[in-house]
Design a protein around this ligand. Sequence first.
Ligand SMILES: Nc1ncnc2c1ncn2[C@@H]1O[C@H](COP(=O)(O)OP(=O)(O)O)[C@@H](O)[C@H]1O
Ligand SMILES: Nc1ccn([C@H]2C[C@H](O)[C@@H](COP(=O)(O)OP(=O)(O)O)O2)c(=O)n1
Length: 243
Amino acid sequence: MAATSRQASSVSPDAPVPVIVAIDGPSGTGKSSTSRAVAAKLGLSYLDTGAQYRAITWWMLTHGIDVDDAAAVAAAADRPEILSGTDPADPTITVDGTDASGPIRTQEVTAAVSAVSAVPEVRARITELQRAIAAGAPTGIVVEGRDIGTTVLPDADLKVFLTASPEARAARRGGELKGNGEQGVDLEATREALLRRDAADSTRKTSPLKKADDAVEVDTTELTLEQVVECVVTLVEEKQQAR
Ligand SMILES: Nc1ncnc2c1ncn2[C@@H]1O[C@H](COP(=O)(O)OP(=O)(O)O)[C@@H](O)[C@H]1O
Ligand SMILES: Nc1ccn([C@H]2C[C@H](O)[C@@H](COP(=O)(O)OP(=O)(O)O)O2)c(=O)n1
């Protein structure tokens, strides 16, 4: 079965056709919070693809692989078993059976993830997982990341590209780090790290961060999270009504 096929064999003929929503954009634009809330409101599954790239990066780091050695990363890309739970109320991620939700958010992983996710063998492996998860979502799914609308699910029913000013994004990330108990969070350093990662993600050869031509761009700088969620829910409902 094609990975992006809309037909799940166990679905009855009267069941609604699953809806596929792709949400892309740079760091701190609100992809995760928006996608989770939209999925929860509409009864859809939810997939955080950044968590999968973080998970494979964490595995590389804990297995002594030099993340700057693309050949070594490529050779190991098939080894970790990465499982994503897609309930928006409780998204989970395990690596070789171990809960990785905490370790994948460390600064060490954040600093290494762009290098690992630029390796084509890593992207091929993770993209295959993502397509299988999307094809198996019974009512549909909201998938968020960097290349979902362009590469992973080019036939998505709705593509949204979120943006926000670097200042707003740094303030949001800084607030999050403080909320996690980090001491002495420096907003300027947070902003610079975020822009560095955006630049790496946007300029890599394989499947860079990029707005799909048919994506709806939403600038969230001046919007509350609730407003962004409402906007995306309306866009999904419009697509569903038009089918
Ligand atoms: N529109 C918004 N206004 C203010 N804060 C927001 C908004 N959207 C998201 N946030 C907050 O910003 C932080 C980063 O959001 P997140 O969804 O993780 O972004 P991304 O997945 O794009 O990196 C979170 O603390 C979230 O609650
Ligand atoms: N579809 C995706 C999702 C994430 N990535 C890579 C590039 C990103 O810098 C990292 C981490 O993504 P994540 O969404 O967790 O990042 P932030 O929440 O924005 O900090 O993974 C990717 O290459 N492709």
